[in-house]
Design a protein around this ligand. Sequence first.
Ligand SMILES: [Cu+2]
Length: 338
Amino acid sequence: MVHRLPWRIVAALAMLSVGVLLLGACSSSAPQTTISDASVNNDRIWSVYTIIWIAAAVVFVAVEALLVYTIIKFRNKPRTAHGRPVPVHGNTKLEIVWTIIPAVVLVVIAIPTLQIIAELEKRPSEADNPLEISVIAHQFFFEFRYEDQGIRTTNELHIPVNRKVDLVMTSNDVIHSLWAPRLGGKVDSIPGRNNHMWLEAKETGEFDGQCAEFCGVGHANMRFKVIVHDEAGFMAWMDEELNPTPGGDAAAGEAFFLNGPCAGCHAIDGTTAAGTVGPNLTHFASLPQIAGVVPNDEQNLRAWLANPPAVKPGTGMPNLNLTPAQIDNLVAYLQSLK
Ligand SMILES: [Cu+2]
């Protein structure tokens, strides 16, 4: 018997370290954690999570205590044992108790859960002064339209802090799902249907998000960012979108290319862009023509980016509804790809 002991210790240590590692993964600063209080809606979910966690911990301790007690109390005692254990059949009192306790636990969990589901499903009212944004999912990028303000963005959801954002979600093709784990979600975008979801960020900053519903070959690249601004920053952003300062920023263009829809279809060697639907753009600036139809100059590149099918009818590159600022940045970046 003694020779088994080290193995048990090793196994116990291994389980302990796995547990510690798993707990480490719960850090609320991880970029994709749902255990985050960066938004009001995640806070609400977290409050139910806490209740469930405590209930589970109590049940765990009680059951393990009973188990350990039983193992010790009814263990095989070689010196006193004479024959088999006494067979027992049923114990009505015990069975009633262990039916009622779980029922009570489930009710305790169900009440706040249902309350919070209802709260999260409810559309913000006028009194909340929500910012309404339409979300149109495409293979493989998200388009955000601020209809009242006349602004459109791709893969960048700019929102103000401490204000409810009312997202009206649909899809252009297949089912997608918008999910920014630290802020909340996820709700499906379904063609021909408007789904609703609200968010209220409590912190400014940048938050990662992605499509959470397998939607085709570009699914893994269907990422987006939520940029939460303070009140003044949000106004400044809107202002810049509506009246972009001329002259593009190549670094911003590159960031947009790699994180936006472009990388889903195009590859650029030496970067993470590895799409295969469209041409490889590693040396785009050295090409004589754009899409083989017009000379490769700045004006034509702007026209191409603004609306490819208008330059080359039937082309496989869709109109991505880029904003003037995005086009400026992309032109600066693409022209640096010699
Ligand atoms: Cu998708």
